[in-house]
Design a protein around this ligand. Structure first.
Ligand SMILES: Nc1nc2c(ncn2[C@@H]2O[C@H](COP(=O)(O)OP(=O)(O)OP(=O)(O)O)[C@@H](O)[C@H]2O)c(=O)[nH]1
Ligand SMILES: [Mg+2]
Length: 469
């Protein structure tokens, strides 16, 4: 079903079972849970100003207040009329605030007990706690933001590094939306050139037709550039998995701790110290990383250790990057061949550890390291980051970067359609067939920003915000 904002209540039916309903009055704490000087509680929904009048010391002033005004007063108990907190209300009339509905921001004192009693008051006058992302959902429903911005809110909330956060912030400010709009205008222009010729084709124009090749090529090029940002967007958004592996006692746990800058994994000279994998999160040059220290690979009759080794192999299958640790005091060209599978794996970086103990020549192509002293660590770290980024440069926070798989899929669809349009036009296929492809590209770009979207897509995006069904 193709859905536009005019039919927004259809989607609410489809999303039954979630607590979304844009007719309810909802509230949520907009500042973090914790003691602070001030906290802000946001309320939104039709009738919320009237409901708040019942628990505000100056109901008339509130009733008469214009949008974007501040009102000082007390929140009071419904029955006892006792003051609960001294507050400042910021008033937004319908169509004027973040959600597009009438809404109020209550600046109150930041004690947890105080905030809890305000919540209790709000419930008494018919409001309910908002589901996660529900304010954003309403903003989208009321045309206050497009889908790229709505998704950016989700990406901001879940961002795991400062860089991922600032890239998502750029999308929230609308940098991706603006770019897509520009591309759409180009395609629209191309389509109108084609349609004019279709209109006149029967009467006057015969034989030669003009297809706007340059326009379409340019639009395709821009879609291409955006598509090229996806791998890097995904890397900074979702992060990467890095697995440390190698023989027992090679120094995996020592390097693991060095990468985390903390004493997380047990280090000892007993072979087989790490028996199950240990997972920890860190950030490498802006890239969120899940780092795994694993059980060393060796033939063992110990059942627990065998299970640990089996888990190591499973992790290796899912890794974006593998660090194969070799003990430089023990290995030579021949013994290293026990790891021949990993040595051929393009995801693998070979680390030649314990250089402080030996003068032996490191294996060709390996990174010499003393994990104990930190020598060689920065070169290794740089290589890890370079491998993860492949050829892409580090984005600078201002760049337009696509992170969502959904947006990526729509860009692929638009790209394919533009490509087919160009091929067909070159082959001088009748223009009405070419026009269909341009239309398909426009639909894909429109779906990306939510101008046109199927109920399924919306449900997928916004149910991701929701905690309980
Ligand atoms: N001299 C020196 N000793 C190191 C270095 N790296 C690790 N070690 C020592 O080597 C021993 C084994 O280190 P671990 O980090 O526990 O090795 P592992 O690979 O995790 O070992 P398992 O968990 O048993 O597989 C410890 O005594 C470390 O202190 C290094 O670069 N130089
Ligand atoms: Mg270990």
């Amino acid at each position: 079903m193709i859905w536009t904002r005019l039919h927004r209540f259809r989607i609410l039916e489809r999303m039954n079972g979630y607590t979304y309903d844009t007719e309810d009055m909802i509230f949520a704490l907009a500042t973090p849970w914790g003691t602070s000087a001030l906290a802000v509680v946001r309320v939104s929904g039709p009738g919320c100003i009237g409901a708040l009048q019942r628990i505000f010391s100056r109901p008339e002033a509130l009733g008469k207040s214009d949008s974007h005004m501040l009102l000082h007063g007390d929140l009071i108990e419904v029955q006892s009329r006792q003051a609960v907190d001294e507050v400042l209300l910021s008033i937004f009339r319908e169509g004027r605030g973040f959600t597009g509905e009438e809404s109020i921001e209550i600046s109150c004192h930041g004690s947890m007990a105080g905030v809890e009693s305000i919540f209790a008051l709000l419930k008494q006058v018919g409001m309910r706690p908002a589901s996660p992302g529900e304010f954003t959902f309403r903003a989208f429903m009321h045309g206050k933001m497009d889908l790229t911005r709505a998704e950016a809110v989700m990406e901001i909330v879940s961002s795991q590094s400062k860089l991922a956060h600032s890239l998502a912030l750029g999308r929230l400010e609308g940098n991706l939306f603006a770019l897509i709009e520009e591309i759409k205008q180009q395609v629209l222009h191309a389509l109108s050139v084609v349609e004019v010729q279709l209109d006149y084709a029967e009467d006057e124009i015969s034989g030669d037709v003009d297809f706007p090749f340059t326009l379409v090529q340019e639009a395709k090029g821009r879609v291409d550039t955006l598509l090229g940002t996806y791998e890097i967007g995904k890397l900074y958004g979702e992060g990467a998995r890095i697995v440390l592996t190698g023989s027992t006692n090679a120094g995996k746990s020592t390097l693991f701790n060095l990468l985390l800058k903390e004493d997380r994994s047990i280090v000892s000279d007993v072979h087989g110290t790490t028996r199950d994998f240990i997972e920890s999160k860190t950030v490498l040059d802006g890239i969120p990383v899940r780092l795994y220290d694993t059980a060393g690979l060796r033939d063992s009759i110990d059942l627990v250790e065998q299970e640990g080794i089996r888990r190591t192999r499973r992790l290796l299958g899912e890794a974006d990057l593998i660090l194969l640790m070799l003990d430089g005091t023990e290995h030579d060209e021949q013994s290293v061949m026990q790891h021949h599978d990993l040595l051929r794996d393009p995801r693998c970086i070979v680390v030649w550890n314990k250089t402080d103990l030996t003068d032996r020549k490191p294996l060709a192509g390996s990174y010499p390291l003393s994990a104990k002293r930190g020598e060689g660590f920065s070169a290794l770290r740089d290589e890890m980051v370079a491998r993860l980024r492949k050829d892409a440069k580090r984005p600078d926070g201002q760049d337009v970067v696509v992170e969502s798989a959904r947006q990526h899929d729509e860009l692929v669809r638009a790209h394919g359609a533009l490509d087919r349009a160009l091929v067909l036009a070159h082959e001088e296929v009748p223009l009405d067939i070419v026009a269909v492809e341009l239309g398909e590209a426009l639909e894909a770009l429109g779906t990306l920003t939510g101008e046109v979207a199927s109920a399924d897509i919306l449900e997928k995006i916004f149910s991701g915000f929701c905690v309980g069904k």
